[in-house]
Design a protein around this ligand. Sequence first.
Ligand code: MD3
Ligand code: FE
Length: 203
Amino acid sequence: RDEAIGPGAMILRGFAPGDALLDGVEQVARLSPFRHMLTPGGRQIGVEMTNCGPLGWVSDRRGYRYEAVDPATGSPWPAMPTDFAALAKAAAAQAGFAGFHPDACLVNRYAPGVKMGLHQDRDEAGFDAPIVSVSLGLPATFQFGGTDRKDPIVRHAVAHGDVVVWGGPSRLAWHGILTLKPGEHPQLGRCRINLTFRQAGQR
Ligand code: MD3
Ligand code: FE
C-alpha cells in the first residue's frame, strides 16, 4: 500500500492513527491558537496555522522564518506531543529516511474554498532531512511537481490518516493543495488539518 510518487517521495496510506492525533491538535491549539498569518506583502494567508515543537514557521511583513516563540502569545510554541514525533519518525523510517528528528511541526487548517498555491519549502536551515506530512479530516488533492518550476505537476488524493514523506531529490519539489471541496468529516467537521514535520533548525 506504500506508493512511491517520485524520487524520494512516498504516500503511506492510512499510516497515521488519524483519530488518535486529534486530541494533540486540540491541546496545541488551546495554547497557541490557529491564526491567519500575513504574507510579506501584507495579505492574509487563507490557511490558518499554528505550530508545536521547539521551532514554529511564521510569516509576517518581515518575511518567512522559524521562531522559538509564538508571536501571538509571546510564549514558546507548545511541546510536540510525543505521539506526533514518534509517528513522524516511524513514517520517515518506513520511507527510507532513518534518523529523522523533527524540531518543528506546522499545523495547517483548511476550510472549504481554501487552497495552498504551488511553492517550495526553503525556509529550513538545511535540506538533508525529509519532510513528513499527515493529513487529517476532509480529503484534499495534493499537487506535486519537480524541483524546476516548469516540471510537470501530478495530482494525488490524500485522506484522513494518510502520511506523505518527501526527501532526497524531492525535498525541494514544488507542491501545493488544490482548493478544498465542501464536505463534513465525522470527527473534524468542515475542515482539513495537515501536520507538517520538519528539521528546521541547525543540526
Ligand atoms: C513536497 N503544506 O505547509 S504538506 C506547507 O497539506 C505545505 O498543508 C501542505 O506545503 C498541506 O508548506 C502540504 C506536504 C509537503 C510538505 C513539504 C514538501 C509536501 C512537500 C516539500 C517538498 C515536496
Ligand atoms: Fe510546503
